[in-house]
Design a protein around this ligand. Structure first.
Ligand SMILES: Nc1ncnc2c1ncn2[C@@H]1O[C@H](COP(=O)(O)OP(=O)(O)OP(=O)(O)O)[C@@H](O)[C@H]1O
Length: 346
């Protein structure tokens, strides 16, 4: 089942004097149940607008958004409140009430839904234990670090047992180590409770560490989407490539790049692969190619549940020349869906 489905969604905001700004155009996207789905884009791309449509804080001006089998745009009053109870949300700046204790902050959604006091106490304790703040019931947000405050945000978002957790730049205000801890906590929650997580971020490293699906948004349009391993190993759009390069650098040093361009390394081919896609590559090439093969560059990066890598090889002196070589490489790539090849110099 799909937790969230966007169908040809558009959003235009009125900007006065009869003018409007198109923040989203024709976005179709499916967030599978129980997955961690990341949306990445530059500032102003439309990520928040997209996320806020899940709990009906924004409504589409075109198309449909379906959440847990219901359309927030068609719900009102009690029905909308019931759907929202199944959707938790955390924010970049935590949105905690400074005059209330940690326990009182976590309790807010239950107080609003008139939950009995003893049940509130039990659920709050359970949530604070889950996020590792069981000793912080009676302290105030100002006494906590950023990472601890985000943990309170997570506890508050989960206290109603939601099926979906929305994360709006939830780690953007945190240092890299705390970011890793919060992302690990989100993964644990996803794993233990089966909660679908949709997060938006402008950092590809967050996608790499936490997500198993990614969608890339540029100027309100969805330009690329798919499983994290595939998008990181074989990004198609220029913006996606830029984002991926921040995590999996594609930078051959200048000296090597010059030698390749001048033909000093012979025919040069870059192989991109996921997981064990390159395990038998060198042996296969040895069998298929009778010339010299030199390893010019290799880099492997482990992501959340997949490894992506690149190998650059130089070929020279084989019989049949470069056309025979490209035929053999084409065959290797066709036989292995985890492998892709790009000729850097012919
Ligand atoms: N209420 C509004 N009225 C007019 N324009 C809006 C409104 N809300 C958002 N926008 C515009 O829509 C575009 C998308 O905004 P959105 O906040 O969804 O982007 P974003 O990708 O989340 O950006 P950021 O990372 O900077 O928060 C932006 O250009 C923004 O200025």
């Amino acid at each position: 089942m799909s937790a969230i489905v966007y169908e040809h969604v558009g959003k235009s905001y009125p900007t006065g004097k009869g003018q409007s700004f198109q923040a989203l155009s024709d976005v179709s996207l499916t967030v599978p149940d129980g997955e961690i789905f990341g949306v990445i884009g530059s500032s102003g791309a439309g990520k928040s607008t997209l996320l806020r449509m899940v709990n009906g804080l924004e409504l589409p001006t075109e198309g449909h958004v379906n959440v847990l089998g219901q359309e927030p745009a068609s719900l009102k009053g009690r029905e909308l409140r019931l759907l929202r109870r199944q959707i938790g949300m955390i924010f970049q700046h935590y949105n905690l009430l400074s005059s209330k204790t940690i326990a009182e902050n976590v309790a807010i959604p239950l107080v609003l839904s008139h939950t009995p006091k003893d049940e509130i106490a039990r659920k709050v304790s359970q949530m604070l234990e889950l996020v590792g703040l069981e000793d912080k019931h009676n302290v105030y947000p100002s006494q906590l670090s950023g990472g601890q405050r985000q943990r309170v945000g997570i506890a508050r978002a989960l206290v109603t047992n939601p099926k979906i957790l929305l994360c709006d730049e939830a780690t953007s205000a945190l240092d890299p180590l705390t970011t890793v801890q919060i992302l690990k906590l989100l993964q644990r929650i996803n794993h233990e409770y089966g909660i679908t997580i949709m997060l938006i971020t402008h950092q590809m490293s967050v996608i790499a560490k936490a997500c198993n699906y990614v969608a890339v948004v540029e100027h309100g349009r969805l330009i690329e989407q798919g499983p994290v391993g595939r998008v990181f190993a074989h990004p198609v759009q220029p913006l996606t490539r830029k984002f991926v390069n921040t995590v999996v650098p594609n930078t051959l040093n200048e000296d090597l790049r010059n030698r390749i361009d001048q033909g000093d390394e012979g025919t040069v081919v870059q192989f991109s692969y996921t997981d064990d896609g390159a395990k038998t590559l060198l042996a296969d090439i040895r069998k298929a190619y009778d010339g010299n093969v030199s390893l010019l560059y290799a880099n492997e990066v482990p992501l959340r549940n997949v490894t992506v890598g690149k190998i650059v090889l130089g070929f020279s002196g084989g019989s049949g020349g470069s056309s025979a070589l490209s035929g053999r490489i084409g065959e290797l790539v066709r036989n292995d869906p985890k492998l892709e090849a790009e000729v850097l110099h012919d």
